[in-house]
Design a protein around this ligand. Structure first.
Ligand SMILES: [Zn+2]
Length: 86
């Protein structure tokens, strides 16, 4: 068996596993994730997928910004206790 096929098989398995894992965690569909991984290689695909917001982002209880992942909210600037940065 040609070594190229082994690499190609590993490449596809890696892309498949990563797309499956990341599409569960992030707001990206499985097929969109696998498209990035296959077309751009799993490594570049991973960086693109990493930019998608998390599904279970903690959000902000003060202004209702459900996309917030950071310690301080990007919209109202408050943390969990309601304190402003700085
Ligand atoms: Zn907020």
């Amino acid at each position: 068996m040609d070594i190229t096929y082994i690499f190609l098989a590993l490449f596809i398995i890696l892309a498949f596993l990563m797309a499956h894992q990341e599409s569960k965690k992030r707001k990206i569909s499985f097929w969109k994730a696998i498209l990035f991984c296959v077309l751009l290689s799993p490594i570049i695909g991973f960086f693109i997928i990493s930019n998608y917001p998390l599904r279970n982002a903690p959000g902000c209880q003060w202004c209702g910004n459900s996309e917030n992942e950071a310690e301080y909210c990007g919209i109202c600037g408050k943390n969990e206790e309601g304190n402003l940065r700085g």
